[in-house]
Each structure stands twice: as structure tokens, then as C-alpha cells.
Design a protein around this ligand. Structure first.
Ligand code: NA7
Length: 535
């Protein structure tokens, strides 16, 4: 056996996972398809890419030294700094030597007789290990529209995920951005005043509210350092894993005046406050959601000068917060600029990419650069990209054809010794990601230690336990308005066959971080109830 554990992915999850394994003296390595570590923060180099978690709640909590030494410079730190941070952590604990880059895993098979995994890499190597830990990321497989002529364009074009590492000259350029999700909204706000002309191709608008970023001074950082214990405690007790706690008053128990007072105080408050400090009924009650959505619509009307444009930027098909809320900086004001144009492609769809630009059903546009901010084959995409075969040669991709089913979001029955610290249906996906990652990595690492202690060589979730968990996940969706949304939380992606709207996939655990942690801890305390071990 080459390794006891192979971790796939050197992003936020993989870095922490290998740290835990190295500390325990377990023979392990990380295989990373990219040329370096960082995952999300290695790839997404587009202008405006930054956290929407407060930086100091996004960073790792496991090391006092890291907390003491690292100075977050902005409340919502940007990509270059985030990548520096992950390199700082990896450097500090000398983790790089346990990582192999440009290593793409093509397939992996479970050897039932030997109780180990055999991995085949794109460089032709085969590696064996007892356990595989998948730290693949939620949004690591970018997707493009299927437009005729995409390779014909003579200018530059790229998905935001693949924004080039070298500087892209934007001054004076005619730029198209397709897509107005969290990414599109960040890019548009950032580049509107840096390009010659910017044309935004919007299929559906998104609800969005001010990020309210700002610098963190030395004095503020010193205060934050003193508060770290308290900060992480708060994150652990809130549903979203942030410092934001919901307003626990009943929406309909307070007057309209009181509601508006709360919203006025939240709009422009940093980060997800507007979403997560709100009344809880926003997420579950149509009437409450509609009233709040109208409040935000009026904010948009106040900020966008052209009333027709303002109306186009207001979502009609879903309410505020039922999809992940993109946070913006000068996004709505961008449309007040004479060099920024909005094309509603729900009215005049894109039909073709031409040599010079884009063609809609109405007219031709010429561009120097086309930016595809068109999202990801989210959550399960990265798993589908590896040919994973468990007991009896069963394919994970087939098993998840109609959506994922898991045990605790971390195991799949019939795929022994395969762990997903932040897998589909885990608590990480719908919360402040690194908080969930640390929880998942710790749980998986504890399971490995338990197995070592007891001499187990194989762990497999039972089919019954998996069915129970998946049913629970589905049940959580049923109370949330988000179940109806056309978003990656419900597995929607118009560019991936089978992921059309109307075939809901239960991708994330919506019960909130505290409930999730309680559930997985209970399982561990009951000698990993629902998992069958072989010695
Ligand atoms: P999203 O949120 O999935 O947004 C993708 C955007 O691209 C969205 O506006 C889509 O419109 C649009 N899109 C996708 N395919 C097409 C085609 N074929 N034609 C036109 N427009 C299209 O991805 P993001 O990268 O913005 O955000 C992902 C997460 O990153 C985000 O939630 C944060 O957690 C960080 P649609 O709405 O489907 O009509």
C-alpha cells in the first residue's frame, strides 16, 4: 500500500485535512489537479473575487499561532490575499511537501479483497491507499453555455474561474459579461469603471445587497484577535456558521414599522447581515418573503437611475434569499454609467458567438473580451468527473444520477473507506464554508483514529443509515422556500444535461450548523452508528 490516506484536493479542506493527518503520523499525501495549492482561491482570479464571509470568520480556527500571526487587511478579503493566507498556513506547517500538484485522478476502484482503493492518475501512475478523503470543493467544475461558434471568436474569452494569471488589459476594451450570479455581480461592480464599454447579458436578475467592505486596521485586528474564541463560539451556534444571528422575533408579531426599522439598519450593514440577521420567516413564509423582497426592490429602484433598467434588475421569479445572496460593491450604480449596458437575454436570447462578438435574436455585438460568469456544475460535479467505483464495481456517478444520497454528507453506502469532509448533503455546503470544513475534517479524522484504535480496516455506511439521512435532508428542504429556486442549491444548471429546473436534487443540509454538528457527534458517540466496520 502506497499510503494510508490519499486526500484529493489542496484547497481549504485539503490543507486542513493533511495537517491533521501529518500531526497523527499517518502516511498520507494530497493529490491536486492544479499547479499549486489554494483551490477556489487558486483558480478564481477575476477582478472583484473576494469573500462574502467576514475574513476573520473564514480563516482557520485550529491554530492559535495562525490566528495570532495573520493580519486580515480587509473585512472581506480579496482573492490575492486569500491565496497568500493559504500559502502562509501551508508554509507555516510545512505541508507543501505532502502535496503533489498537476495530479489529476481519473479513476478509483475499491479492492474488496484487500480493502483498499486503487487510484489511476492522468500521468499514468497507479496509487493504492486504505482511505480516500475527497476535498474536491463545491464549485470547482465551471460550466459554459452551449452556444454555436464559441471557438470562432477572435478576441479573448474565458470563464471567470479561468481568468488568466497574467494581467488582462481592460482599459478601453469592449467587454461582455454573461451571467449575473455572485461572480458576475462581483466582476461587473469591479470593472465597470475600468473598461471602455461593458455589456452585461442577463438571463435572470439576482437579489443582491451591499457588501460594505472596508479595511481592518492594526488596532481593529488586535481587538479581533482578542475576540477570536468568542467569534468562533458565535459561529458555532448560528445556523449559517457566521457571526450573524437571526432576529428571533416573529415576523408577524412585530409591526410593519418595526420590520422596516430592522431592515433599514441591516441594509448596508456588512456582509450577510441583511440575509442572516433577518426574521427567520424570510426563508420559510411566502408572505414574509414577498414583503421583504419588495423592500429590497425599492432599494434597487432608488439606486438605479433609469427606471426601466431598475425593473430589469429586480427578480420576479424568486424572492430575496431563497438563492445564495450575491453581495455587491457599486453593482447597481454601475448601470448608471454611460459605458455600461444591460441586455435582457430572457427577451432576446443569445444565439451565437461570432468572430467579432455575440449575436442575440435582435442584433450583433462586437467585443474584445467575452467573460463567461456562468457558474458551476456545483457540489456533485467534481465527484462526477472522477470514475469512482465501489463495491461490486458500482459507479458513484450512476448512483447519484438523480441527485446525491449520502450518510451525514460524508459517506456513501457501498463505497467503503471513502470520506467526504464537506460532501453533498453535509453541513458545510450551506454554511460559512471553512467552519463546516473544520467540522467535517475533524469528524473524518476522529473516525480514522477510532478505526486504528479498534483495528478496523473497512468502514461502510449502511444503506438504511444513508436512506434515513437523505430523507432527513429532503425533509429540511421541504420547509424552506429555497426548494423552489432555480439555483445550485437545488441542483439546477441549464448547461449540464439532467440538471434542468424541475428535477430537484437535494444537495445541501439545510438544518443549520448547530443541528448538523449535534447529529454527527451523536453518531460518533454511539460508536459510529450506521457504519459497518470490518476488522
Ligand atoms: P451562479 O450563481 O450559478 O450564476 C451563474 C449565472 O450565469 C446566472 O446568472 C445564470 O443565469 C447565468 N447563466 C448560466 N448559464 C447561462 C447561459 N447558458 N446563458 C446565459 N446565462 C447563463 O454562479 P456564480 O459563479 O455567479 O456563483 C457561484 C457561487 O460562487 C456563489 O453562489 C458564491 O457562493 C460564490 P440564470 O440565473 O441561470 O438564469
Amino acid at each position: 500500500m502506497d499510503y494510508e490516506v490519499i486526500v484529493i484536493g489542496a484547497g481549504v479542506g485539503g490543507i486542513y485535512q493533511i495537517k491533521r493527518l501529518v500531526d497523527l503520523g499517518i502516511k498520507a499525501t494530497v493529490l491536486e489537479a492544479g499547479a499549486d495549492l489554494g483551490g477556489t482561491w487558486y483558480w478564481n482570479r477575476y477582478p472583484g473575487a473576494r469573500f462574502d464571509s467576514e475574513s476573520y470568520t473564514y480563516g482557520y480556527s485550529f491554530s492559535r499561532e495562525v490566528l495570532d500571526e495573520w493580519h486580515w487587511k480587509e473585512r472581506f478579503s480579496g482573492q490575492p490575499e486569500n491565496l497568500r493566507y493559504l500559502n502562509f498556513v501551508a508554509g507555516k506547517f510545512d505541508l507543501r511537501k505532502h502535496m503533489q500538484f498537476n495530479c489529476k485522478v481519473e479513476s478509483m476502484r475499491f479492492d474488496e479483497a484487500a480493502n483498499l482503493w486503487r487510484l489511476t492518475l492522468s500521468d499514468g501512475r497507479t496509487l493504492t491507499c486504505r482511505f480516500v478523503i475527497l476535498a474536491l470543493g463545491l464549485l470547482s467544475i465551471p460550466t459554459l453555455p452551449k452556444l454555436e461558434g464559441m471557438d470562432r471568436f477572435k478576441g479573448r474569452s474565458f470563464h471567470t474561474f479561468y481568468w488568466p494569471q497574467e494581467k488582462v488589459e481592460l482599459a478601453g476594451k469592449k467587454v461582455a459579461v454573461i451571467g449575473t450570479g455572485a461572480t458576475g455581480i462581483q466582476v461587473i461592480g469591479e470593472i465597470a469603471d475600468k473598461v471602455g464599454e461593458l455589456t452585461v447579458f442577463q438571463r435572470r436578475p439576482n437579489w443582491s445587497a451591499p457588501l460594505s467592505n472596508g479595511p481592518i486596521s492594526d488596532a481593529e485586528m488586535a481587538e479581533i484577535r482578542k475576540r477570536y474564541d468568542e467569534i468562533f463560539k458565535t459561529c458555532a451556534r448560528t445556523p449559517g456558521g457566521f457571526e450573524h444571528e437571526p432576529d428571533r422575533r416573529g415576523f408577524f408579531e412585530v409591526s410593519r414599522e418595526e420590520r422596516v426599522k430592522l431592515w433599514d439598519s441591516l441594509y448596508g450593514s456588512p456582509g450577510f447581515a441583511i440575509w442572516l440577521r433577518n426574521f427567520r420567516e424570510i426563508f420559510t413564509n411566502e408572505e414574509a418573503n414577498a414583503e421583504f423582497s419588495e423592500y429590497i426592490a425599492n432599494r434597487i429602484r432608488q439606486r438605479v437611475k433609469n427606471p426601466k433598467t431598475a425593473e430589469k434588475l429586480i427578480p420576479r421569479d424568486h424572492g430575496f434569499g431563497v438563492q445564495r445572496v450575491p453581495m455587491e460593491t457599486n453593482y447597481f450604480e454601475a448601470y448608471n454609467r454611460p459605458n455600461v449596458h444591460l441586455v435582457d437575454i430572457s427577451e432576446t436570447p443569445l444565439v451565437q458567438v461570432t468572430e467579432k462578438g455575440l449575436r442575440t435574436t435582435e442584433r450583433d455585438f462586437e467585443f474584445d473580451i467575452i467573460v463567461y460568469a456562468t457558474g458551476f456544475d456545483a457540489i456533485t460535479g467534481a465527484y462526477d468527473h472522477i470514475d469512482i467505483r465501489g463495491v461490486g464495481g458500482a459507479k458513484l456517478r450512476d448512483r447519484w444520477n438523480d441527485g446525491p444520497t449520502t450518510y451525514l454528507g460524508m459517506m456513501v453506502s457501498g463505497f467503503p473507506n471513502l470520506l467526504m469532509p464537506s460532501g453533498p448533503q453535509s453541513g458545510s455546503a450551506s454554511t460559512n464554508f471553512p467552519r463546516g470544513i473544520e467540522t467535517g475534517v475533524n469528524w473524518c479524522t476522529d473516525l480514522l483514529q477510532y478505526m486504528r484504535k479498534n483495528g478496523h480496516v473497512r468502514a461502510d455506511a449502511t444503506a438504511e443509515a444513508e436512506a434515513r439521512w437523505t430523507e432527513h435532508v429532503v425533509q429540511m428542504y421541504s420547509i424552506m422556500l429555497m426548494r423552489k429556486a432555480k439555483s445550485w442549491f437545488t441542483g439546477y444548471n441549464s448547461n449540464v444535461p439532467g440538471h434542468e429546473y424541475g428535477r430537484p436534487r437535494y444537495m445541501v443540509y439545510n438544518g443549520g450548523a448547530p443541528k448538523y454538528v449535534q447529529r454527527i457527534n451523536e453518531v460518533a458517540a454511539k460508536d459510529y452508528e450506521g457504519i459497518r466496520f470490518v476488522a
